[in-house]
Every structure is written in structure tokens, then in C-alpha cells.
Write a protein that binds this ligand. Structure first.
Ligand SMILES: Nc1ncnc2c1ncn2[C@@H]1O[C@H](COP(=O)(O)OP(=O)(O)OP(=O)(O)O)[C@@H](O)[C@H]1O
Ligand SMILES: [Mg+2]
Length: 257
């Protein structure tokens, strides 16, 4: 078994009176593709956001490669957590690529300029180096001939593939996807899932929140079902889709399959 890249223990998060995450434990291993499924409002997006400290957590810990995400330990036996400095948080986030439902591309920059931005601004690559890398990545996602187009000149599926290339340009150790195809017209979903399938095949470690059960069944090493802020069960796609242990999983699957 590969080593654990991302480890979450007892992660709790509340918004006001509502506890949205009720103590999540999770290990993601190097090279693993984990698909997270569950009803709307079950806490899937919030969980992903906790992984790169876009949300502060109320309890628990998240580690990436053994380093605590978002916080430093203080006090006797390290029980007191203090939030890290913004610079440290940015450094930690650089190792984690994130792709959202909406693509958030810069509208006044071409595809290749969007992909170059991070490596130039954050990694200190020269523009020439960054452009070379960006064109290669756009080629990998099937957009070599669209590299000099503006987002407004691209379809939703193409924009999402640019967003994936942009995340990959930072050479992340882990990629998080939050329903990357759910804002797309049905005929554009396949091209984005195809890129994600290739990425999984290349050995990238991925956590994918998705409603695409076909993708989860085919590509995931493990599927995790969340409901009401808790992990109900997790297992191989075969097991989870054909023989779920919990009634709640069964009920959810009957609504989506
Ligand atoms: N910033 C916020 N402030 C208050 N409540 C929030 C906030 N973000 C999320 N919530 C609430 O937390 C709960 C979990 O939300 P979350 O977006 O994580 O669910 P989800 O599983 O991703 O749902 P969906 O499938 O619809 O995307 C919901 O009840 C939501 O209303
Ligand atoms: Mg969500």
C-alpha cells in the first residue's frame, strides 16, 4: 500500500448552530482516486475546503505529508492549535490543486496566460518557461489549438479543461475536484471526465466530489458516502455500488443510479 498523503482525524465544522462536519476521519493514499458522493448539503464541499484551509475547522486535524494543515501546535503535548501565518497557508495550498464547479478563469487573459499565471507569480518561473509548460499542459487536456483563445471564446467544457491545466501547472501533490462537471451542458461532461480519467491513469492523487456515478464506478479506487456531515461508509466501487452495508447508502443510490 502506498503512503498516506492526506490524513484527516476528527474534523468538525459548524456554521452557526449547524454542525456541518461531525468528526470526519479519512486517509488518502498516494496515487489513490477517492470519489466522495452524498446528498446535497451533506458537507462534501465543506470537507474539501477544510483540506486546504479555505475553512477554519472547529476541532480535529488535517495533515498533508505529515504536516498539519492550517495550524501549528503549541503548548504542552501540542494540544493548542494556532492558525498558521498567511504565507505558510499559501505555501501549503500550493501543493493542493483545486477545481470547482465554476471555472474562475481570468476573462481578460487567454487560456495559456491563465495557465501561466500561477507558476510565474508564485513559483518564480520565467515567462518563457511558464509558457512552454502551459502549452504542454493545454496539449495534454486536448486544447493545443485553443491556447490563445479567451475564456469567452471557449465552451464550458473547454474552460473547465483550462482550469484543470491551470491547477496542474502548480505541480500539486494532490488534486481536489468539487463537482467539476455539474455546471456543464450534458454533451460537454464527457470531455472533462476524460481528462480526469487520464489524470487518474497518470498516477495523480485525487479526491473527487461528484454526482457522476459512472465515473466513480470506473475510475475510483474507493468511494466514500457522506450524509449529514458524517462518513456513512467507504469501500471499493464494486462493494459500495452493488452491496452497500447501510440503508442510508442504499436509499441515496436508489435516487441517483
Ligand atoms: N459559508 C457558509 N455559511 C453557512 N452555512 C454554510 C456555509 N457553507 C455551507 N454551509 C452549510 O453547510 C452544509 C453543508 O454544505 P456543503 O456545501 O458542504 O454541502 P455539499 O454536500 O457540498 O452539498 P451540494 O451537493 O449541494 O454541493 C449546508 O447545510 C450548507 O447550507
Ligand atoms: Mg458542494
Amino acid at each position: 500500500m502506498n503512503e498516506v498523503i492526506l490524513r484527516a482525524r476528527g474534523v468538525r465544522k459548524r456554521f452557526g448552530d449547524t454542525e456541518v462536519l461531525k468528526g470526519i476521519d479519512l486517509d488518502v493514499r498516494s496515487g489513490e482516486v477517492l470519489c466522495v458522493i452524498g446528498p446535497s448539503g451533506s458537507g462534501k464541499s465543506t470537507l474539501l475546503r477544510c483540506f486546504n484551509h479555505l475553512e477554519q475547522i472547529d476541532a480535529g486535524r488535517v495533515w498533508m505529508d505529515g504536516e498539519l494543515i492550517g495550524y501549528e501546535q503549541h503548548g504542552p503535548s501540542g494540544r493548542v492549535l494556532r492558525e498558521r501565518r498567511p504565507r505558510d497557508i499559501r505555501r501549503q495550498r500550493e501543493r493542493i490543486g483545486m477545481v470547482f464547479q465554476r471555472f474562475h478563469l481570468f476573462p481578460h487573459r487567454t487560456a495559456v496566460q491563465n495557465v501561466m499565471e500561477g507558476p510565474v507569480a508564485v513559483k518564480g518561473l520565467s515567462r518563457a518557461q511558464a509558457e512552454k509548460q502551459a502549452r504542454k499542459l493545454l496539449d495534454h487536456v486536448g486544447l493545443a489549438d485553443r491556447a490563445d483563445h479567451y475564456p469567452g471564446q471557449l465552451s464550458g467544457g473547454q474552460q473547465q479543461r483550462v482550469a484543470i491545466a491551470r491547477a496542474l501547472a502548480m505541480e500539486p501533490a494532490l488534486m481536489l475536484f468539487d463537482e467539476p462537471t455539474s455546471a456543464l451542458d450534458p454533451e460537454l461532461v464527457g470531455e472533462v471526465l476524460g481528462v480526469m480519467r487520464d489524470l487518474a491513469g497518470s498516477g495523480m492523487t485525487m479526491v473527487v466530489v461528484t454526482h457522476e456515478m459512472g465515473f466513480a464506478r470506473e475510475v475510483a479506487d474507493r468511494v466514500l458516502f457522506m450524509d449529514q456531515g458524517a462518513v456513512v461508509e467507504a469501500g471499493s466501487p464494486e462493494l459500495l455500488f452493488t452491496d452497500p452495508r447501510h440503508e442510508r447508502t442504499r436509499a441515496f443510490l436508489s435516487t441517483v443510479l
